[in-house]
Design a protein around this ligand. Structure first.
Ligand code: BMA
Length: 322
């Protein structure tokens, strides 16, 4: 399995797997890379997006303020580990006045598509829905309530594709992943079910797309989060699926065991304990190495690593498609 349609990433943040670690995904030893209080007035940075840009990296960060409301901020990094976060929030321009003043914006993804950069995020319009912007903000993609809009990095059959998860206006105790098509990034339709919760308990409450899918010779590699409800509430873990290259509504493999689940102190203790929420994957095509950014415990930002061939081998050995 090889990564395709992706460039070599100079300065990919990377650390080899520790000798004692048996897992397919391993954590960066310096986690969390962005702490809880990055600058005055902020009380958390998590569930954030990052992308390689030239020899460096650009991030769109979810910064939580001391009114507990999330906003998006631009960040820059030379090594993908140490980040300078702008202290002014992103102000979107170009949107229709009706959708231009959301109370909150969160859980961004950044996608390079047709040589432009797109940001999708959870946008407030009488409840959460999916915002999209390139230089200017476009129309919201879907009706409320919807979350985790994740674009594909190229068109298929001349159409843009986006994953999303219809939800409710609260902490949604259900959720399946759908894929939708658009000719222009404004009008979305042909909604198709991709995969649902169910099966093993770790993903029995809801599932949601994570980073922009990584294109490989065998299919689209999608990292996602799966949620269990236990006596203490939700627990968010990370799994992976391989989607058909020509028809991503078809799931070829899907992990029946998680790849990573909250276990480190910064994942199990925080504003919302037990959340491992991946939002960005930076894939280095020549070496098959992938650096994943994830939000930990709705509090800080952390980094973990994997290799594409090992993830596929794990998927083949631990797959149940339902
Ligand atoms: C979801 C979203 C995420 C958050 C998660 C756990 O509904 O709000 O941003 O990380 O809950 O609290």
């Amino acid at each position: 399995m090889a990564i395709v349609n992706a460039a070599a990433v100079k300065n990919l943040p990377w650390e080899e797997r520790p000798a004692e670690c048996p897992d397919v995904v391993w954590r960066y030893s310096g986690n969390p890379i962005i702490p809880r209080y990055p600058f005055p007035g902020a009380q958390g940075v998590y569930n954030s997006a990052a992308i390689a840009y030239g020899d460096a990296f650009i991030g769109v960060m979810r910064v939580e303020y001391r009114d507990s409301m999330p906003r998006l901020h631009v960040a820059r990094s030379r090594d993908g580990i140490h980040w300078d976060i702008e202290q002014e929030k992103i102000v979107m321009t170009g949107a229709d006045a009706e959708i231009a003043r959301p109370a909150y914006t969160y859980d961004p993804r950044v996608c390079r598509l047709d040589d432009q950069y797109y940001v999708t995020w959870c946008n407030d319009y009488h409840g959460p829905t999916i915002g999209i912007a390139r230089f200017e903000q476009l129309e919201n993609a879907f009706l409320p309530y919807n979350r985790n809009g994740v674009l594909f990095p190229r068109k298929l059959r001349g159409r843009y594709l986006m994953l999303s998860r219809p939800s409710d206006n609260g902490h949604t105790p259900f959720g399946d992943i759908y894929v939708s098509e658009s000719p222009d990034l404004v009008h979305w339709g042909r909604h198709r079910w991709v995969m649902g919760r169910g099966g093993q308990w770790w993903q029995s409450t809801k599932v949601d797309a994570g980073p922009i899918p990584v294109e490989t010779t065998e299919g689209w590699l999608l990292f996602y989060h799966g949620v269990i409800t236990n006596c203490n509430g939700f627990v968010y873990s990370m799994g992976a699926a391989l989607l058909d290259l020509d028809d991503p509504a078809k799931v070829i493999y899907r992990t029946n065991e998680y790849l990573a689940s909250p276990s480190a102190p910064y994942e199990t203790v925080g504003f919302v304990p037990n959340v491992f929420f991946p939002c960005a994957a930076i894939a280095d095509a020549p070496t098959g190495r992938i650096a994943l950014y994830y939000g930990a415990a709705d509090t800080c930002t952390a980094l973990c690593f994997c290799r594409v061939d090992e993830v596929l081998a794990f998927l083949k050995a631990h797959s149940t498609v339902f």
